[in-house]
Design a protein around this ligand. Sequence first.
Ligand code: KG4
Ligand code: ZN
Length: 339
Amino acid sequence: MLVLGIESSCDETGVALFDTGAGLLGHALHSQVGLHAQYGGVVPELASRDHVRKALPLLRSLLGETGIKSTDINGVAYTAGPGLIGALMVGAAIGRSLAWSWGVPAVGVHHMEGHLLAPMLETPAPAFPFVALLVSGGHTLLVRVDRIGAYRILGDTLDDAAGEAFDKTAKLLGLEYPGGPLLAELARQGDPDRFRFPRPMTDRPGLDFSFSGLKTFALTTFQKHGDDPQARADIARAFQDAVVDTLVIKCRRALRQSGIGRLVVAGGVGANRALRQGLDALAEELGGEVFYPRLEFCTDNGAMIACAGAWRLQAGQQQGLEIEVRPRWSLEELDAVSA
Ligand code: KG4
Ligand code: ZN
């Protein structure tokens, strides 16, 4: 079954073609980063309009590149939530309409399920059950995954998401949006022993997170040492070390409590090199395995939506003719796909 996937929940337009037999046949991405950078964050209305401009040309060029004809496509998957409502509506309207005009089924995909299943695009793919750490700009979740669609949230953030904390801290250090990768770059020149930030909520049981205090810690440290040019890199390093350590501690706890040896990491912050090193060391310590998507599939992309949608379409799930999106939507509300 050949499925077209469309991602448009935030500031990236992604399209991809995934075949349930042959795997990923091609994908294309247009990032709006340049469009929003001057505002220091995503402007929802600009995001929606840009998805309108880019989605179909991107699809046309993907079809041209892969030599696949629209008549070869057996189903369409689009991101139905969570995300920015206008941006979601664009992808849903285009996806639903194309499916209708081609006479094929369509399915709305949960964006976080896309992230969660992105490591299944790699070889070897993780076997079920596994624990997933989802760390993006909007979410920080630890999820127990028994099979596709059977998700139990083990831990969530009480305030900022990990990526959001990276972006806000980067902003106060004077870095451009989205600051996560830039902060990680700056941290490489930082002294790990100069400042020590707290590891929030690791001193009590449980798997929830809280990252907003770290940003305040970074701010007060920056105000105290702002005249020192090396301080920015040292703060970036202390911040990143604190986030990575906290995530590793909670992953260790989740794996031990669930008795599961496989960890899957996904979402934009999953591209962070220090986090990958920390989680690789954890897997070695526990004698377990850790699975990552390739770097370009950590952040938003169409491939993960095509892949997640293909599993659901193949299992016979499909959407009616209505164009529906859900800006807020819990992973736990999804239906399990029978094995
Ligand atoms: O998954 P994603 O592309 O979008 C959402 O669904 O939110 O994640 C984007 C987030 C941003 O906050 C970005 O700063 C962060 O992931 N990010 C990183 C790195 N690469 C992306 N954070 C830390 N280190 C990185 N290397
Ligand atoms: Zn995302």
